[in-house]
Design a protein around this ligand. Structure first.
Ligand code: PEP
Length: 256
């Protein structure tokens, strides 16, 4: 089954409004030709209005938030609701990134609550999962992925899945310069798709786009994207530089 790849930049806590504006100018000037992949940029909340304005005439490049609250509104100091994200025209939200899990203590239950809240607001999900090195070395890769998927997607319907991308990001490969080999990544992606098939059936699983994330660079994008179950990438460090993000997209995308 054909799945259009999706490349998403995750800037994390980098780039405020003025850096965002100059990045987009440079990025769009380098991004030439007809795109064969979807492109998303996840900027810090404070830079999203600037990103929206800078992308106004850029067809095919959409914005994402990196997080959202599981609550509607009220006394939640420091939080941003899905309604607020919609108000500034955000289309996608990253949920369950390993940094949210490990640094901010987000459990599968919290992540699931955010997923449901985001879907209620019509946001598209980029749902991150992945094992630590200790879990992989202890032979727990499949059980960890299965529980992250099953608990994270609880109550997410088959039609919600049409607006969901899963990002498989082995924690040991994020920001470390160590990339999973194409074989390791393909094996994990095929497993993720099989779990989705158990939960939703083969049709939903066959359509689901599964991104790889973890030290994707211009020089490894093509090999990773050639794997049959890898449908794009979530890119941290290498997405901060416009040329390198463009090169990843062009090296990893199908020919025109
Ligand atoms: C990420 O933060 O989602 C990520 C994959 O980071 P990096 O590309 O820097 O490993």
């Amino acid at each position: 089954m054909y799945r259009r790849p999706i490349f998403a930049a995750n800037w994390k806590m980098n780039k405020g409004p003025s850096d965002t504006e100059s990045f987009v100018k440079s990025f769009l000037s380098k991004l030439t030709g007809r795109q064969t992949s979807d492109i998303v940029i996840a900027a810090p909340f404070i830079a999203l209005p600037t990103l929206s304005e800078a992308l106004r005439d850029a067809r095919g490049v959409e914005m994402a938030a990196q997080n959202c609250s599981q609550f509607d509104d009220g006394a939640y100091t420091g939080e941003i609701s899905v309604k607020m994200l919609r108000e500034i025209l955000v289309r996608h939200v990253i949920i369950g990134h390993s940094e949210r899990r490990s640094i901010f203590g987000e459990t599968n239950a919290v992540i699931n609550a955010k997923m449901k809240k985001a879907r209620e607001a019509g946001l598209k999900l980029i749902f991150c999962i992945g094992e630590t090195l200790e879990e992989r070395n202890a032979g727990q890769l499949e059980s960890i992925l299965r529980s992250q998927i099953t608990e994270g997607l609880d109550g997410i319907t088959p039609s919600d899945m049409e607006d969901t991308v899963v990002a498989y990001e082995p924690v040991w490969a994020i920001g470390t310069g160590v990339t999973a080999t194409a074989e390791q990544a393909q094996e994990a992606h095929a497993f993720v798709r099989s779990v989705i098939s158990d939960l939703y059936g083969p049709e939903v699983a066959g359509k689901l786009r599964i991104q790889y994330g973890g030290s994707v660079k211009p020089n490894n994008a093509a090999e990773l994207m050639a794997c049959p179950d890898i449908d794009g990438a979530l890119i941290g460090g290498a997405s901060l530089d416009a040329q390198s993000f463009v090169d990843i997209i062009s090296n990893g995308s199908p020919a025109n």
